[in-house]
Design a protein around this ligand. Structure first.
Ligand code: ADP
Ligand code: MG
Length: 620
């Protein structure tokens, strides 16, 4: 038989690569701005028309390119920024993959004008869908101008997929702000449909923030400075009273590069703990400088995620630096890091006792209810595993709630070996007291009273158990509730990973996933289980794949079980997450409605009890 393998022509390969690099006009903005910065520009102009759908142009006064480099810059893997793999560990530039210009040129009309200071004349190159249609000398200022017109002109599906101009422009502003905030000493301007929207002269970070977000921002900023051997922190956090309902103004820059990190975000939220109104988020603009050898930025095509060698130390340093600043500026009254503020005796309670010196005690009084707390503690969990506040606790149980009794009935027919254990562990003696009160300890344990004494529940493990049984049930009775996505999600995976998804496809569908297309290197999802936020889908699938890969398949290997475990692990509330009273109670009740409440899906203890007798012994 004849040979059948062919190398993909470059323009096809570039179009495929473009799918990763360029999702929308804002992606072009990001790549072009970063190239301008890498070229040493001190002044950068961004011009957009129709939210970038018609034109994205970046003009810089950087070092420009020679005629040969100008032509080469559109080749894939053409970069001036690294020479060998080792260079990757000493990166001081934004780009290094050498695929941005090639990708952009594959899906748009691009005009490049560039001139180096030492050259008499510059170069102009016009490329349309990877084909060079013009190359010439031109009179042009020092620096580079790249105009990207008619994005996705040759991929109508992608063009139709773009959102409204308002939404796309919002994304462009976001990218522009990120780059402008990371480089306050470079001047930036943004022109939108012919009018100047931002004009940011070179300045310092505080002025840059004010220039972008308005004059009144100035008084809201609290400086944060910290220098240690492994990390330097500088920047600002917003005063707690100005915290916002949305997460808009939250910026981390690591070595001048904007990054997203739910983990570090959590460090900040926890530094603000007790200071924020419920449902509000602190602003921050923080620069972290670390040794480039201790980070890996090469893990995401759009490079907004980063891997740190020592995340835990960074977390602790960041949290204490922010706490320190808030304390120094007299914003946080208590600086004792360890003490749990909800253990403070409420003042009302103090008064009550001293003013009424009788033995009549207010039995309904509970110092740990929301009302009685000295101050509201915020739900500060910013883990990427949780939906925004609007979704509420109930959504975590949607599968359970929406089933009604019929399915519960069905479920009881499914045989669980653990039935006996459950019963013996939960005889009447230790059943949760009807008039129970719950209290959250260190955002980790839920303490509750039971008839015989007290109960301490590990919130993360308990929630894993609840979700695990929920998913398992849905898969067994094949009735996961699905939510349709407005736009199908396209996710890219390797061939091996796709094979794993194929193996699990049926079970995944029973939990509520709807696959509209499974290709060699990507999948299209048009529906997801109601309990899973759309933004978490890729994380959950990645986690699942790595769980399957790490599991040593033996005779007991059950894909269903593994899937339920993995999803439960991904979605369960975390240690460190503050739970409202109703949430705590809900968790307790749901746990004890489980078939096997006493262990997590990975066989770890979910709760312990301590009887009054045992307590008595400790008080001898
Ligand atoms: P990368 O930035 O990853 O190197 P790009 O495709 O973004 O890859 O750019 C390719 C090369 O083109 C860069 O390495 C750089 O040498 C050159 N280049 C791109 N934009 C500019 C610019 N604005 N000024 C000078 N050189 C540039
Ligand atoms: Mg680049």
């Amino acid at each position: 038989m004849a040979d059948i393998i062919q190398l993909l022509p470059d323009h096809v390969a570039n179009q495929i690569a473009a799918g990763e690099v360029v999702q929308r006009p804002a992606s072009v903005v990001k790549e072009l701005l970063e190239n301008a910065i890498d070229a040493g520009a001190t002044s950068i102009k961004l011009i957009v028309k129709d939210a970038g759908k018609t034109l994205v142009q970046v003009i810089d006064n950087g070092k420009g390119m020679s005629a040969t480099d100008a032509r080469l810059s559109f080749e894939r893997h053409a970069t001036s920024k690294i020479r060998s793999a080792e260079d990757l560990f000493q990166l001081n530039t934004k780009g290094f993959r050498g695929e941005a210009l090639a990708s952009i040129a594959a899906i748009a009309h691009v005009e490049l004008k560039t001139k180096q200071e030492t050259d008499e004349v510059g170069t102009v190159i016009v490329i349309e869908g990877s084909t060079v249609t013009e190359q010439d000398i031109v009179v042009t200022p020092n620096g580079t101008s790249i105009a990207v017109k008619n994005l996705f002109f040759n991929i109508p599906a992608r063009r139709n997929f773009l959102k409204s101009n308002t939404v796309e422009l919002r994304h462009i502003f976001d990218e522009f702000h990120r780059v402008a905030l990371a480089h306050p000493t470079i001047s930036f301007a943004l022109y939108n449909n012919g009018s100047e929207t931002f004009n940011l002269p070179n300045s310092n970070l505080r002025q840059r923030i004010v220039n972008i977000f308005g004059n009144k921002t100035n008084e809201k900023l609290v400086p944060v400075e910290e220098e240690t051997e492994i990390l330097t922190i500088s920047g600002f956090v917003g005063k707690p009273e100005f915290a916002k309902k949305t997460r808009g103004e939250q910026y981390f820059f690591v070595n001048d590069r904007f990054i997203k990190s739910a983990y570090l975000n959590h460090a900040i939220s926890s530094a603000f703990e007790g200071l924020l109104k419920n449902g509000t988020h602190p602003s921050y603009f923080l620069n972290l400088y670390v040794n480039p050898q201790t980070i890996d930025i090469n893990i995401h095509p759009t490079k907004t995620e980063i891997k740190f060698d020592d995340e835990h130390t960074l977390y602790a340093l960041l949290r204490s630096a922010v706490k320190h600043s808030l304390g120094q500026f007299n914003i946080a009254p208590v600086l004792d890091f360890e003490r749990d503020s909800s253990l403070d005796t409420p003042y009302t309670f103090n008064n009550k006792v001293s003013n009424t010196p009788t033995i009549e005690v207010d039995r309904s009084f509970n110092p740990f209810t929301e009302d009685a707390k000295p101050r509201q503690r915020s739900v500060s969990m910013a883990s990427s595993y949780k939906k925004e506040d609007t979704t509420g606790w109930e959504s975590l149980y949607v599968g359970l709630e929406s089933k009604g009794t019929k399915n519960t009935q069905d479920f009881s027919e499914v045989h669980f070996e653990s039935d006996e254990t459950t019963i013996s562990a939960f005889n009447d003696e230790s059943k949760v007291d009807q008039a129970q009160t719950t209290y959250q300890l260190h955002n980790k344990y839920i303490v509750s009273t039971i008839k015989s004494g007290m109960l301490v529940i590990d919130q993360h493990r308990a929630h894993q158990r609840i979700l695990y049984e929920d998913f398992l049930r849905n898969m067994t009775i094949k009735e996961g509730v699905s939510q349709q996505l407005l736009f199908p999600l396209q996710l890219h995976f390797s061939t091996q990973e796709i094979d794993i998804i194929k193996e699990l496809k049926e079970d995944l569908e029973h939990t509520g996933f709807v696959f509209s297309n499974l290709k060699k290197d990507s999948i299209e999802i048009s529906g997801v289980p109601v309990s899973i936020p759309e933004s978490e889908v890729s994380i959950i699938l990645e986690q699942l794949i790595s769980d399957v890969e790490n599991e040593v398949p033996d005779s007991n290997f059950s894909a269903t079980d593994l899937l339920a475990k993995s999803m439960a692990k991904s979605l369960a509330i975390r240690t460190g997450q503050t739970l409202k009273k109703e949430e705590q109670e809900h968790l307790v009740n749901k746990l004890f409605a489980c078939k096997e409440p006493n262990v997590s899906p990975t066989n770890r203890t979910t709760f312990i009890t301590m009887s009054v007798d045992e307590l008595d012994k400790k008080f001898i």
